[in-house]
Design a protein around this ligand. Structure first.
Ligand SMILES: Nc1ncnc2c1ncn2[C@@H]1O[C@H](COP(=O)(O)OP(=O)(O)OP(=O)(O)O)[C@@H](O)[C@H]1O
Ligand SMILES: [Mg+2]
Length: 267
């Protein structure tokens, strides 16, 4: 499986959110999208999952324009997790996870089958949410809800997983554990996983590839060593940083803002 993006340009009315985006993302790799607020990270994930339409350009999945995929095909192929999750859905965690199995059910199947329950059981163990299955979504803590939402994406058994800020509410242990797990299944099941994230340390720990966006364009793209460089991060984020190597891990330490930050102008 492969995603190929050619000359993508996305506008929201008069605001240009992405331009000149050309990329190739292969399976088995964990890709992180980083960049300042407003750089276009969320828009890129939404474009791949067809939530926002391109003004120009094409996104191919396995050589086929995504626009040609049926709704059912897309649901089996892509799982997208938004950064803000609505708690107001009046459902238990189990019922919520079940909704991810709809693409696999037939018209005559009204109840979950054995495979559905096996998948939910496996994913719930991996995300450590077994004890939450009968709770309502509005009764969960922020981090528990985040694990449930990631679990729903995995329950969908997609080929492509798009996660927008998946670690924002997770505690130290779950940040590492869940990203570690996602990296493992990306490798072993040959998935394409793309994660938008602000935490450069997590990106440095787990990324096979990093796409750095700035003002709606690609400022750098490559492996950790190629993208997480002092001069690149300082220039794009406007922050003086120090690069530390601790036990072979790359840590970008923000020291001070270089200039007063100004909002990004994408138009
Ligand atoms: N629904 C929308 N309507 C109008 N403009 C939008 C909309 N969504 C995003 N934008 C604009 O598009 C640009 C890219 O936004 P996007 O949300 O992709 O950035 P981001 O990199 O995800 O930022 P953040 O780090 O804050 O999440 C920004 O200038 C933003 O203001
Ligand atoms: Mg965003």
């Amino acid at each position: 499986m492969k995603i190929v993006i050619r000359d993508l340009e996305i506008w929201y009315n008069s605001i240009k959110a992405l331009s000149n985006i050309s990329l190739e993302i292969v399976d088995g790799e964990l890709t992180f999208v980083i960049g300042p607020n407003g750089a276009g990270k969320s828009t890129l994930l939404k474009a791949i999952s067809l939530i926002v339409p391109p003004k120009w350009g094409v996104i191919y999945i396995d050589g086929r324009d995504v626009k040609l995929y049926s709704v059912r095909e897309l649901a089996k192929t892509i799982a997208y997790v938004a950064p803000h999750i609505s708690r107001s859905i009046p459902s238990t965690v189990l019922d919520y996870l079940m909704t991810a199995r709809y693409p696999y059910t037939s018209f005559l199947q009204f109840k979950e089958d054995k495979t559905d329950l096996e998948v939910i059981d496996k994913v719930s163990r991996q995300m450590n949410i077994i004890h939450l299955l009968n709770r309502r979504l509005d009764q969960l803590s922020s981090g528990e809800l985040q694990r449930v939402v990631i679990a729903r994406a995995l329950t969908q058994q997609p080929k492509i997983i798009l996660l927008d800020e998946p670690s924002a509410f997770l505690d130290l242990r779950y940040r590492l554990e869940i990203l570690e797990h996602i990296k493992n299944i990306t490798r072993t099941e040959n998935l394409i996983t793309i994660i938008a994230i602000h935490d450069l340390y997590l990106a440095s720990l787990y990324a096979d590839k990093i796409i750095l966006l700035s003002n709606g364009s690609i400022a750098a793209c490559g492996n950790v060593e190629e993208v997480l460089k002092e001069e690149v991060i300082e220039r794009i984020y406007g922050v003086r940083v120090e690069l530390l190597e601790v036990k072979g891990k790359r840590i970008i330490l923000p020291v001070e803002p270089l200039t007063l930050s100004t909002p990004q102008q994408n138009t």
